[in-house]
Design a protein around this ligand. Structure first.
Ligand SMILES: Nc1ncnc2c1ncn2[C@@H]1O[C@H](COP(=O)(O)OP(=O)(O)OP(=O)(O)O)[C@@H](O)[C@H]1O
Ligand SMILES: [Mg+2]
Length: 276
């Protein structure tokens, strides 16, 4: 199972929007008989809400991770063909406290997903907006990470911290398959500050910043309000077109690319505080 996570320690940058649209887009490219698993690892449960059309599931990932419930009991067919959901609920916020002294607490998510490896070709993982034991679990089990950024204040700082965390997970938890697909500019406008921050991100992170970016589009908000992905709601609008491009690149494995974080020699400049 190819596990792709939308990961950022920053809130509101577009992680869930990315995860929903990736799940929808990649589900159209599955091998025959295979399914896609959308895994919601955020106590806010926004991904679950969108993919289950507002229905509240009885058993969730919280039951699996906190009470040892069999994962098969927490997998639900979504309203999108070929897509199953492993939903979240607010009790996931207790994970850090409950696991404070638990053995192997960084690997609990990976272990929980293991029985689904054969049935699901791809898993798309949505993350909570902070560095926590949940996000470490996500990095520990993922193969690929996309980092959405909103090109607002502190974007580069949050990318730097995430990159450092990913290197630590590679080194100390031995996830050698983990690579950063790229940094995805989201909610992009033509405002001067946004463009300036994007320029600095490109100076700092070079090709790690994906060529495709997701424009700010009112259609995204409208789609979310109706529990839809923008690929369903407005596929020919600017955000829909951008997500279609992104899905094609990821499906074909062409999206740039950085294995093992990225070596310092490939990096044009260190992230600086002023990069915002
Ligand atoms: N391209 C876009 N254009 C316009 N609005 C967007 C776009 N992407 C996301 N949004 C809106 O921004 C808000 C945050 O998006 P989203 O929930 O995807 O971010 P997030 O990173 O998952 O947030 P959180 O950290 O709270 O989980 C939502 O209201 C969403 O509708
Ligand atoms: Mg979210």
């Amino acid at each position: 199972m190819r596990k792709i996570a939308a990961l950022s320690f920053k809130g509101g940058v577009g992680k869930t929007c990315l995860a929903c649209n990736l799940a929808y887009g990649l589900s159209k490219r599955l091998s025959k008989g295979k399914r896609l698993l959308a895994v919601d690892i955020d106590p806010q449960a926004n991904l679950s809400l969108t993919l289950l059309d507002g229905k509240e599931p009885r058993v969730t990932l919280a039951d699996v991770l906190l009470d040892g419930v069999d994962v098969s009991e927490a997998v639900y067919p979504s309203r999108i063909e070929g897509v199953d959901v492993l939903p979240a609920d607010y009790r996931l916020a207790d994970f850090a406290t409950v696991m404070a002294r638990a053995t192997g607490r960084e690997r609990r998510l990976g272990l929980a997903l293991a029985p689904l490896e054969k049935t699901h070709e791809i898993a798309v993982l949505d993350s909570p907006p902070q560095l926590s034991i949940l996000t470490i679990n996500i990095a520990e089990t993922s193969n690929e990470i996309i980092i959405p950024v909103d090109c607002g204040a502190y974007s580069a700082l949050s990318v730097a911290k995430l990159e450092e965390t990913i290197r630590e997970v590679q080194k100390y938890l031995g996830n050698e398959t983990l690579r950063i697909i790229g940094i995805l500019p989201c909610k992009m406008t033509r405002e001067r500050t946004t463009l300036e921050i994007l320029k600095r991100l490109r100076e700092t992170y070079g090709e790690m910043v994906l060529k495709v970016s997701i424009p700010y589009s009112a259609a995204v908000g409208t789609a979310v309000a109706d529990n839809k992905t923008v690929l369903e709601w407005d596929p020919r609008g600017p955000a829909g077109i951008a997500f279609t491009k992104l899905v094609a690149e990821i499906a074909n494995g062409h999206a740039k690319n950085v294995s093992n974080g990225h070596p310092a020699k490939d990096r044009p400049k260190r992230a600086k505080r002023r990069a915002g």
